[in-house]
Design a protein around this ligand. Structure first.
Ligand code: 5GP
Ligand code: ZN
Length: 120
């Protein structure tokens, strides 16, 4: 399996391909941002690369420019949602023990309410 290649059994590859519906808020040639189906905050948007990488570490190692594009999109989403000034959080759950359930890297952009630290 080559890094970045679509995976047939991957939910977010299917969303990127348009085979599974999602509420897309913004997209570029490299990344797609869509509403989380089970929002944990007033703003809860997932930002994914179109290419398949399992997690943030793999993305940063294999495709650092794409990792930068993902972060830039996450920041742009926060501006678009109006939570840039009040503060927001970008989360990459990595590994099942940290709550990762979809193994196609995704940034959670969370905002629109107070966010406790440290997170659970
Ligand atoms: P993880 O737990 O891997 O960090 O995050 C996966 C996220 O994907 C969860 O927040 C979950 O609510 C979201 N999710 C799971 N299935 C779907 C789906 O079919 N559509 C959308 N838009 N989000 C989903
Ligand atoms: Zn995928």
């Amino acid at each position: 399996m080559a890094a970045g290649e679509p995976q047939a059994d991957c939910l977010f590859c299917k969303i990127v391909a348009g085979d599974v519906p999602a509420t897309i808020v913004h997209e570029t040639k490299d990344v797609v941002a869509f509403q989380d189906i089970n929002p944990q905050a007033p703003t809860h948007i997932l930002v994914v690369p179109r290419a398949h990488y399992a997690n943030a570490g793999e993305l940063g190692t294999e495709a650092p420019e794409l990792a930068g594009a993902l972060l830039a999109e996450a920041a742009a989403v926060a501006v678009g949602e109006g939570c840039s000034d009040s503060g927001y959080r970008i989360v990459f759950n990595t590994g099942a023990g940290a709550g990762q359930t979809v193994f196609h890297v995704h940034a959670h952009v969370l905002g629109g309410r107070g966010l406790n630290w440290p997170p659970g």
